[in-house]
Ligand binder design. Structure first.
Ligand code: AMP
Length: 540
């Protein structure tokens, strides 16, 4: 029997209409080099309509792709809403991709127009001649810099382009399964691969961001969206904010600890989301500066494992709750969130909060071993995490990547265990795990441990060849300036928390852990540095 319910399509146009009317007074605040500027959601709604008209004028029809090469700011929010609402596909370009990869993704997605922040023109301009489908560059920012344009490409000022356009747009009715936005993976191996999100998947994902046991974003929040809009859709915050009536604070290009602390003190957000490296930086900044961060209540942290020491420091010193979450570009990106069970208290609750969290009902998860067998969810058995659900990618755009899927499940490449009550603990990326004498050592566990030492600023662990054990861990450690802490002291510090055979004996002091285009530890580079003999390794 079929249901008797309506089949109203879920669409970004509906989100835009709802947020800009029902929550018309909510604000998007953008940080600038001279304080902040704001616009109401009503104003954002009008500007989205004008942008859509302007893009039609540039020949954007049907599901053509419109790229954005932008920081987190008001105009990027308008692109997020206006482009999918008009039926076109928003393609967020990662400004930190290596130039060849940038050219690849622009051409692969066949972007027709690229919207770009004036401050980012120097990064984009040198490669324009290699973009085969781009006809228009639209520049956001006070001044449109001189650009050397290839034939057939025109440059426009965003503000001039939309100045005379109408404030409303007849948003088309779309099939909810059509693509609304796309984002390419950061591509640590091979070319980046495109994930195309549907109107439906974005809607359902946004609801999960707003669930109390999701990220818990709610009406009236002022959310500091540090996670970039150019990577993994800023964890869905722009859409969720319009859905629930939360205001947004956009940091634009001011992502260093000092301006972040200043904008928190002045604009007083109560919610934020960012990768651990940002919070580590802010924490160290706050040790020497007394910026007022008392407005902040909840920060969602993911993208890499969060060291427990970071969670405790924020909670105990600043009263800021750190909520650990796991996800990936392919999962929209929110997968699991580490809200502890209501009954858990004290140390027990902390243990749940250290994990990568629990999946919502919509996302199914399973673990698979090297032979393809499903391993039990007993909190001990380890396997590769596979997921499926309505906001999980089922394919990549325009490439055959059958090896990334397993009978309809997405193979995440993450390795971990799941408890009977559904909490995921990741032990590694499958390629990062260290196999020592046939036994696994989690590089993440070692990093978390050593980063708990007060003299350690950052530490990344890789496996290095070992005659006796095949592989042993090497800790590349960044110490606080002036610190004379030795590897032996750090090893003693770790002893007692892990099995003795797991204690690392290879240490290298470095000045900074190399990072990928999206700010994660770049272990590929660290391995290459090791192989090239560029790391000064001390064996203890
Ligand atoms: P990306 O698609 O660039 O966002 O990267 C997704 C990958 O980041 C995942 O497959 C994990 O390897 C890693 N990741 C995301 N969140 C976490 C987390 N909370 N803990 C450990 N690794 C994470």
């Amino acid at each position: 029997m079929l249901s008797t319910m309506q089949e109203a399509p879920l669409s970004i146009a509906q989100l835009l209409r709802y947020g800009s009317t029902v929550h018309s007074e909510a604000q998007v605040v953008t940080w600038t080099d001279d304080g902040s500027r704001s616009a109401s959601y009503a104003e954002v709604g009008r500007r989205c309509a004008r942008l859509a008209h302007a893009l039609r004028g540039l020949g954007v029809t049907g599901d053509q792709r419109v790229g954005t090469f932008m920081w987190n700011n008001q105009e990027h929010l308008e692109a997020y809403l206006g482009i999918p609402a008009m039926g076109a596909v928003l393609h967020t370009l990662n400004i930190r991709l290596f130039p060849d990869q940038l050219v690849h993704v622009v051409n692969h997605a066949a972007d027709h127009v690229i919207l770009v922040d004036a401050t980012l023109i120097p990064l984009l301009a040198p490669r324009l001649a290699e973009f085969t489908t781009v006809r228009h560059i639209v520049v956001s920012g006070a001044q449109t810099p001189e650009i050397d344009l290839p034939d057939g490409m025109t440059v426009h000022s965003w503000e001039q382009l939309i100045a005379d356009e109408p404030d409303d747009f007849d948003w088309p009715e779309l099939d909810e399964r059509t693509a609304a936005a796309m984002c390419y993976t950061s591509g640590t191996t091979g070319d980046p691969k495109g994930v195309a999100y549907s109107h439906r998947s974005i809607w359902l994902h946004s609801m999960s961001v707003c669930m109390t046991d999701g990220m818990g974003l709610k009406q009236g929040d002022l959310a500091l969206a540090i996670v970039p809009q150019f990577h993994a859709m800023s964890w869905g915050m722009p859409y969720a904010a319009f859905m629930i009536g939360a205001s947004l604070l956009m940091p634009d290009r001011f992502l260093q600890p000092a301006p972040l602390a200043q904008m928190i003190a002045e604009v007083r957000p109560n919610f934020a989301a960012a990768v651990p490296a940002i919070w580590q930086g802010l924490l160290h900044h706050l040790e020497d500066h007394d910026d007022d961060v008392s407005s902040m209540k909840l920060v969602v942290v993911g993208g890499s494992a969060v060291p427990p020491s970071l969670m405790h420091a924020f909670e105990e010193q600043y009263g800021i709750k750190v909520l650990h979450a796991w996800g990936m570009t392919e999962t929209s990106p929110l997968g699991s969130v580490a809200n502890p069970p209501a009954a858990a208290e004290g140390e027990d609750a902390w243990r749940y909060r250290y994990t990568q969290g629990r999946f919502p009902a919509a996302v199914e998860a399973r673990l698979v071993d090297d032979d393809g067998a499903i391993v039990p969810k007993d909190g001990e058995s380890v396997g590769e995490l596979e997921v499926r659900g309505p906001w999980i990618a089922g394919a990549y755009y325009g490439v055959d990547a059958a090896d990334k899927f397993d009978d309809g499940w997405l193979r995440t490449g993450d390795v971990g265990k799941i408890t009977a009550d559904g909490y995921l603990t990741l032990t590694d990326r499958s390629k990062d795990i260290i196999k020592s004498g046939g036994e696994w050592i989690s590089s993440v566990d070692l990093e978390n441990l050593v980063m708990g030492h007060p003299d350690v600023l950052e530490a990344a662990v890789i496996g290095v060849p070992d005659e006796k054990w095949d592989e042993r861990p090497l800790v590349a450690v960044v110490l606080r300036e002036g610190s004379d802490t030795t590897p032996r002291t750090l090893q003693d510090f770790m002893a007692g928390s892990i099995a003795k055979w797991q204690l690392p004996e290879n240490w290298a002091r470095i000045t900074e852990v190399p990072k990928t285009s999206v700010g994660k530890f770049d272990k590929k580079r660290l391995r290459a540095d090791f192989q090239a003999g560029d790391l000064e390794v001390e064996r203890i």
